[in-house]
Design a binder for this molecule. Structure first.
Ligand code: ZN
Length: 265
């Protein structure tokens, strides 16, 4: 082939390469979830999904680690582990999670928040602002927060206790006037058992040095971004614990205790 024809084909070659890139075909509207909240509630904490795999499905999300060793925050493609000793580390791709939810975040709707509110008021405010409660939403809140209260849970030993008991050993950390991001999701009530119904938020500071599962906060002026998801992909653990697990029971009270209850005061 003559060099001049090669040059003429060059733009076409670039187009073909772009069309074949791994990100071009990704479904940005899909939530990807490893395991279920019911499995976590009954103590199925063995990590089965690698973070390399999670990263293929999202750049934003929350979750936990093998043996429930801390709280996971994914933001802008970097995944962090907030441990019960208060330290925060980037996560190795080879680490595994027993439960996580991720999405490629696209900040479709921006809602400026003004005035002051705690976490309960924020959740009630959001419920009145959302056009429907029947879709999944990824939620990102950027700001300098007057108060942030987070927790992290230490790694558990086998035989694993249920999540409510494990969470009773949580470490709680409180910060004032801290800049960072609240990362979370709203799950419709009909998905109870699959994920925590309603809101589930984690926090990470702008310097990526502190973070955890959000128990309470004070939010003044902040920017809230909403990203609706119409699709959900669940990867179920392929192991005996999940296969034999007593799932699908009514875990309502345990769920409240584990994720919202003991430290909201
Ligand atoms: Zn959490």
């Amino acid at each position: 082939m003559k060099p001049s024809r090669l040059i003429a084909l060059f733009p076409l070659l670039i187009l073909v390469l772009l069309a074949g890139c791994s990100h071009c075909g990704r479904r940005t509207d899909t939530l990807y979830q490893a395991s279920t909240i019911d499995a976590l509630l009954v103590g199925i904490y063995d990590g089965t999904t690698t973070f390399a795999e999670l990263k293929r499905h999202g750049n934003f999300g929350i979750g936990t680690f093998d043996s429930l060793d801390g709280e996971m925050i994914a933001i802008d493609g970097t995944f962090y582990q907030a441990k019960a000793d208060g330290t925060v580390f980037p996560v190795d791709d080879s680490a595994k999670t027993p439960f996580a939810v991720v999405k490629f975040f696209s900040p479709g709707t921006k809602l400026p928040l003004s005035g002051s509110r705690d976490l309960n008021s924020l959740m009630m405010e959001l419920d009145t602002m959302l056009p429907t409660h029947n879709y999944f939403y990824a939620i990102r809140i950027e700001g300098t927060f007057p108060a942030i209260k987070v927790r992290s849970v230490p790694a558990q030993q086998k035989p694993y206790p249920g999540l409510a008991e494990a969470a009773s050993k949580q470490s709680v950390f409180q910060f004032s006037t801290i800049t960072g991001t609240i990362v979370g999701f709203r799950t419709p009530n009909f998905a109870r058992g699959v994920n925590l119904p309603g809101y589930h938020f984690h926090f990470i500071s702008a310097d990526r040095k502190v973070g955890g599962h959000l128990l309470d906060c004070r939010i003044d002026d902040a920017d809230l971004y909403l990203d609706r998801a119409l699709e959900l992909h669940i990867a179920l653990p392929e192991n005996a614990e999940f296969a034999q697990g007593n799932l699908g029971q009514d875990h309502g009270q345990d769920l409240e205790k584990a994720e919202r209850g003991p430290s909201r005061d």
